[in-house]
Write a protein that binds this ligand. Structure first.
Ligand SMILES: Cc1cc2nc3c(=O)[nH]c(=O)nc-3n(C[C@H](O)[C@H](O)[C@H](O)COP(=O)(O)O)c2cc1C
Ligand SMILES: [Mn+2]
Length: 498
């Protein structure tokens, strides 16, 4: 197993960010209303360090907000450093190493969590009249949003009534009042599937919302593991040790012991209230009236002293939807396709595509392995992909040879533009596939039916080339290695500054 550095709580992560210049503590007072959201947005868009808001107007002193917890960086060599650190990897790990680390853990035996008697999340326990969600530093993130969002980067814990499956997932939640929240509970997401089991029995669903977990956990909350798989067991497998959890106060569930803030209660079977709109991961806010969503009825809040609420401000790339959902999704695609016998080298969610494109690279010897051509490969991969949860949320897939760096968007655009044959010869089209309703181009009827058209772009060399590949014309592709090395060595001597 590759050596990993397991950061076991959010504060260790904040410290690790500080050490590599990826944290910007902000002592100046800021407003929950739009100011925090706008600063975070600018951080994403400029690759600035993650802002840690330490002084928030009208919020109890000590309560803090961490923005852009898994954004990308403008520091040279550290583009993916927040993702890498969250996964316990070297901050300079490549996109491919990040994906492979997630895939490798999928092949290991799941390790269930360990229940410990207590933990930092129990430092303050609030029940009954003490409960006040409006007291927590949930920011109003974008102009046009329907309210203040408490959950943008925490996990909702939900367990089936028969106890066979405990799911951890991220789904947005807006504050309604002192003890009520409302959020997206999509029927084709696991939270919706677990809720249905309770609702079908005529019962509300117990939930726990864990805000501010150790940094790996949101990545697992965003990962489309199969139904009936416990995300906690995968965290255990990933670090080769169980994640420590504590029992909740008012529901029969457990949460990670070091969580900054925990909100407990029941997701109502009958009560709905208006939620949204909210600026979303595709990069748009759909204007229009808010829509009714299931209501979370809160029965306890527990928190650490001076808690830190992590916040993701969804919108134009790159933010956490693209890193903590897109990248684990790519890993799951690799795992599932390999399981089904496809010789997949790696996959990537091109971060600038806002989870609307996925790129998959085949082992260079895929033709010998499969004994069929490129069009059939795309057809078969589409069928396999769209039968899994990993292939549900994203509409467009590109299949390449393993000769480009998929996580380098410049290379990816060049390769897609130059290798895909336009029209039916280069595209396998799949109608009526299950979709996430937030995909940006969906028509109204498709949002309701949650079905759309998906496409697999064939970016592989034509079969008739018989493996005769063109040579890349570039610094790396056109010159002897010794010459490249000499030029790099002498670069400053030529007069270039960097
Ligand atoms: C920052 C972030 C925000 C997300 N917000 C939502 C959301 O509001 N609703 C939703 O259905 N999925 C959302 N997702 C995606 C889900 O977390 C993802 O589809 C995951 O696979 C769901 O968990 P499940 O597979 O256990 O159902 C979000 C992901 C991230 C990383
Ligand atoms: Mn799940």
């Amino acid at each position: 197993m590759r050596q990993k550095k397991h950061l076991k709580n959010l504060r260790e992560y904040v410290e690790a960010l500080r050490q590599i210049g990826e944290l910007q503590p902000i002592a100046k007072q800021v407003d929950l209303h739009l100011e925090i959201g706008a600063i975070c947005r600018r951080c994403y868009e400029t690759g600035s360090p993650a802002p840690l808001f330490e002084n928030i107007k009208d919020v109890e002193p000590g309560f803090r907000v961490l923005g852009a917890p898994a954004g990308v960086s403008a520091q040279p060599g550290l583009y993916l450093s927040r993702i890498a650190l969250s996964l316990g990897l070297d901050p300079k790990a490549t996109g491919r190493e990040i994906v492979e680390s997630l895939v490798e853990a999928r092949t290991r035996k799941p390790i269930p969590p360990k229940i410990v008697p207590t933990g930092p999340c129990k430092e303050h326990i609030l029940t009954g009249q003490q409960i006040d969600l409006t007291h927590l530093p949930a920011p109003w993130l974008h102009g046009g949003d329907g309210g203040r969002y408490l959950n943008t980067f925490g996990i909702v814990v939900a367990r089936t009534p028969d106890g066979r499956w405990t799911n951890w997932s991220i789904a947005r939640i807006m504050v309604l009042d002192r003890n009520r929240m409302a959020g997206i509970v999509a029927p084709n997401q696991h939270i919706g599937m677990v809720a249905k089991e309770w609702w079908d029995r005529g019962q509300d669903m117990p939930f726990a919302l864990a805000l501010g977990c150790e940094p790996f956990i949101p990545f697992v909350g965003g990962m489309p593991l199969p139904a009936d798989a416990n995300e906690a067991d995968y965290v255990g497998a990933y670090f080769d040790e169980p994640v420590e959890v504590v029992r909740c106060e008012t529901v029969d569930l457990e949460v990670p012991a070091t969580t900054e803030i925990v909100v407990e209660g029941h997701l109502s079977r009958t009560e709905r209230d208006l939620e949204g709109p909210m600026g979303e991961y595709a990069g748009y806010l759909w204007t229009g009236p808010p829509s009714p969503k299931p209501v979370y009825l809160v029965t306890a809040i527990t928190h650490r002293s001076d808690p830190i609420l992590p916040v993701s401000v969804a919108g134009e790339p790159v933010e956490e939807d693209h890193t903590a959902w897109g990248i684990p999704n790519a890993a799951e695609i690799v795992f599932e396709l390999r399981e089904k016998g496809f010789p997949v080298a790696t996959a990537w969610s091109p971060l600038e595509s806002a989870n609307h494109w996925y790129a998959i690279a085949m082992d260079m010897n895929w033709r010998e392995c499969l004994q069929y051509g490129a069009s059939k490969l795309c057809e078969e991969m589409g069928k396999a992909l769209f039968a899994t949860k990993a292939g549900m949320g994203t509409p467009k897939y590109m299949i390449f040879n393993d000769d480009i760096d998929l996580s380098n968007t410049k290379e990816l655009v060049w390769a897609f533009a130059t290798r895909n044959y336009p029209g039916p010869r280069g595209e396998s089209v799949f109608d009526h596939t299950s979709t996430n309703p937030l995909v940006a181009f969906l028509r109204d009827a498709e949002k309701m039916s949650m079905e759309t058209t998906k496409v697999v772009y064939n970016c592989l060399p034509p079969d008739e080339w018989n493996g005769r590949l063109p040579k890349r014309s570039s610094f790396a592709g056109s010159y002897p290695r010794e010459l490249q090395e000499q030029i790099l060595r002498d670069w400053k001597e030529y007069g270039f500054r960097s």
